[in-house]
Design a protein around this ligand. Structure first.
Ligand code: FAD
Length: 526
């Protein structure tokens, strides 16, 4: 039997395990015992932020591990993941969180996963990111979205999700801890890994897949499917073909290519595989000095050194459409997330310490069919690409230098005479963002920003800069699947999976979808 108690401590006290233990014992009226923290969150509603902790006691004799202890890499879960040459095979296209978690689950279920990834392994991929940042070279197979670990690897590594109905979040976090993530992610209300640590976790996931009998192929861009059926409508998939002509035949195909694989959507469309347009969101990234956000959120400047860089989450409705902050990165960087030359896309990431002097967040407007009639399956995709191309054309010099405008100047329709420094390494250029964003998007964004300036006083300031364009918030296309079997609605053996299929948004929900889809594959093969 264990007992739970709740504590509210100053940030300094909460950072000291001996003080936490003493406070917990005192609150429980006990003189000794082992204390384990099960939940930790920041409560910044009052004048002085406090850390709320839920702690658990074991009864005498129960050993509870300290949160600093890393569980062993060879947990029973990891070691039970094996398959053999005679096992049924699943080709998994994409090594993002959806693809890798599908592969791990396949192994548990006795299915051999063959992962095909267009990009490079995590280490090699870093070189291409450097070239993208410093020389504006966009490799269409290796960038912030493509390569081992998918868009999740060099991301911000925030691990919270609202999709608790889609699966077991704790199970996903435990697998990440088993593969080298800090155990704190199991207790924090807003868990975060950081880009500098995620790549190693991804590498360890691959080792588990390979040790269990799976295969991971890099530089394996899928350009066609092996399909059968009558006339132009396929009814079964038997495998996939890569750009170098290799054919991978399998019992099932998991399509986990993420929301940026436009070539895959076109391939599905051309090969008669049903697709649907779906709402997504588009806008800019707003960047403020982190000190300003700390001051607004924590009511003090400078922030308490025991508090992390402050974050925010803003949302409102403008004319029945959502305007909201997206993927807020405290102490982070704005990064170039284009996947093809000729486009500019920005996104945000941070390191585990979140110690850059900048706070950035997507500020986006919901995009629906009203913006891109006629509403055909790929219309949203084309609309999204058009905005990214306009952002690229705005600088006129062929680089990844991004169009930017001070926040107040944007609201007042004035081109900025000067721009503040930003964290965006390829550089930024003063441009009227009203010329880059479609008019209905810019109008709603401006009204949303004014609203946020009222609810978060100090947010609307000319110290803040808007950098364009934030367009890859979620997939503009859905690859429809059956709700129960998770198989494509008319192509047997094809399992659309993760964010690119329109069934996830974020690292944890994509990973959960991967697990669910692998279970769907196992059920279909039975
Ligand atoms: C900079 C950045 C920061 C982010 N920060 C966060 C965050 O903090 N928290 C969070 O939850 N989410 C974050 N995200 C979003 C998150 O990364 C995605 O939601 C998640 O990775 C989606 O997982 P997925 O497996 O469905 O697809 P992806 O991760 O996109 O993986 C798809 C994979 O498929 C591969 N692929 C594509 N086409 C082909 C093909 N034809 N053949 C073979 N392989 C192919 C790609 O190379 C890629 O590796 C961020 C994204 C970016 C870009």
């Amino acid at each position: 039997m264990s007992t739970r108690i709740e504590l509210a401590l100053t940030p300094r006290d909460a950072a000291d395990p001996s003080i936490v233990t003493r406070a917990a014992l005192e609150a429980a009226g006990r003189s000794d015992g082992e204390v384990r923290i099960v939940r930790r969150s920041i409560d910044a509603r009052g004048k002085h932020p406090v850390i709320r902790i839920i702690a658990e006691f074991s009864d005498i004799g129960d050993r509870i591990s300290d949160i600093g202890e890393l569980p062993s890499q060879t947990s029973s879960q990891t070691s039970s993941q094996t398959s053999s040459q005679t096992s049924p095979k699943a080709v998994i296209i994409g090594s993002g969180p959806a693809g890798y978690f599908a592969a791990l689950e396949c192994l548990k279920l006795g299915i051999r996963p063959i992962v095909l990834e267009r990009g490079k392994d995590v280490r090699e991929r870093r070189r291409d990111l450097r070239a993208l940042m410093q020389e504006s070279v966009v490799d269409p197979d290796s960038n912030y979205c493509f390569g081992e670990g998918g868009a999740g690897t060099y991301s911000d590594g925030k691990l919270y999700t609202r999709s608790s109905k889609r699966g077991n979040i704790r199970e996903i976090l435990q697998v990440l801890v088993d593969h080298g993530a800090t155990p704190e992610i199991l207790i924090d209300a807003h868990p975060h890994i950081g880009s500098n640590k995620l790549w190693r976790v991804v590498q360890n996931l691959r080792t588990t897949i390979e040790n269990g009998g799976g295969e991971v192929h890099f530089g394996a861009r899928v350009v066609d499917f092996l399909l059968s059926g009558n006339g132009t409508t396929p009814d079964r998939i038997r495998g996939a073909v890569t750009a170098d002509g290799r054919e991978f035949v399998a019992d099932a195909v998991v399509l986990a290519t993420g929301h940026s694989a436009r070539d895959i959507y076109h391939l599905c469309f051309d090969r008669g595989i049903a697709l649907e347009a779906k709402p997504f969101a588009l806008g800019v990234r707003a960047e403020h000095p982190q000190a300003l956000i700390d001051e607004i959120q924590y009511h003090h400047a400078p922030r308490d050194p025991f508090l992390p860089a402050a974050s925010y989450s803003l949302t409102c409705q403008v004319d029945h459409r959502g305007v909201f902050s997206f993927c807020m990165c405290p102490g982070g960087l704005i990064v170039p997330a284009a996947t093809s030359p000729g486009e500019i896309v920005v996104n945000g990431m941070s390191m585990s310490r979140r110690d850059s002097p900048f706070a950035n967040s997507g500020m986006v407007v919901e995009v629906t069919e009203e913006h891109y009639r006629p509403a055909e399956p790929l219309s949203g995709l084309q609309f999204q690409a058009g905005v990214e191309q306009r952002a690229f054309a705005a600088n006129g010099n062929g680089t990844q230098q991004a169009p930017a405008q001070r926040l107040v100047d944007f609201l007042e329709g004035r081109v900025s005479g000067t721009l503040p420094k930003t964290s965006y390494i390829p550089g930024h250029l003063s441009v009227d963002l009203w010329e880059v964003l479609p008019r209905p998007i810019a109008e709603r964004l401006a009204r949303g920003l004014r609203h946020f300036g009222r609810s978060m006083v100090g947010y609307v300031t000319n110290e803040a800069v808007l950098v364009g364009v934030e367009s890859r918030t979620s997939s503009p296309v859905r690859i429809p699947r059956d709700r129960t079997s998770l198989e494509h609605v008319h192509v047997r053996g094809l399992f659309p999976c993760g964010e690119g299929a329109g069934y996830a948004g974020g690292i944890v929900s994509a990973a959960m979808d991967g697990v669910n889809v692998a279970r769907g594959v196992a059920a279909a093969l039975r």
